[in-house]
Design a protein around this ligand. Sequence first.
Ligand code: PAF
Length: 275
Amino acid sequence: MKIHETITGLRSALKDAGRVVLVPTMGNLHDGHIALMREAHKYGDTVLVSIFVNRLQFRPGEDFEKYPRTFTADCERLVAAGVDHLFCPVESEMYPTPQRYYVEPPAELINILEGEFRPGHFRGVATVVQKLFNIAQPQVAVFGKKDYQQMLVLSNMAHDLALPIEIIAADTVRAEDGLALSSRNGFLSPQERPEAPRLHRLLEGMRNAILAGERDLAQLERAAMAELQAHGWKPDYIAVRKQSNLQRPSTDDASLVALGAARLGATRLIDNLEI
Ligand code: PAF
């Protein structure tokens, strides 16, 4: 695997790389990321991974400083996964001057759900991903459905701005007990870890109820929030939305997704399940 810290170095290495598939990450790689890399191999000749903890998508007081940085272990995992190139710029390479131009996703998509609790987050994500696209000029990019709203923001961005990039949405990878793999799982205490799959189980329960004909979605959402609270969680939201745009569904809408975000101790977990 070739490692590039500069934009010029990366660009010259990719000159004859054929069809490039980019998997953007913030590092601290786990099996969920590695599944994205396996998926990436199916779509092109060269798999490029980026590791960059993007300050623009964190608010003051969020976990930017303590976001786990595990570069050596990440490199070992990337080599084992057959990744061809790694782009790992330092902050001054990505943001040599304070970023003044931003990608502004539509309010109706970013002021809800995650965006309601993390104002500015998706603007920071869309901006850095657009910048990574400009730097690497991949033909394909792979994102996980674990961050469902992010995946939608980015695929809409590619469509709306006519980017010549195919966006692949890859399935969420779960531990045996159903917990969605996430870099933040490492923050869970040994006592919290067995409790953490409750979020997934609740979303599954909602999905089963809807598939069995339940149409009172607000009641399902309230019941799931109450169950989390009863077990010591602090839920931000539990919501059933349309897959296409994350707006509230009407009674005859199909293709739904149940999404949730909740704090277990100091760790904020998110998950979702398509219905
Ligand atoms: O999902 C992530 O790890 C980040 O939001 C991304 C897409 C790499 C942008 O910084």
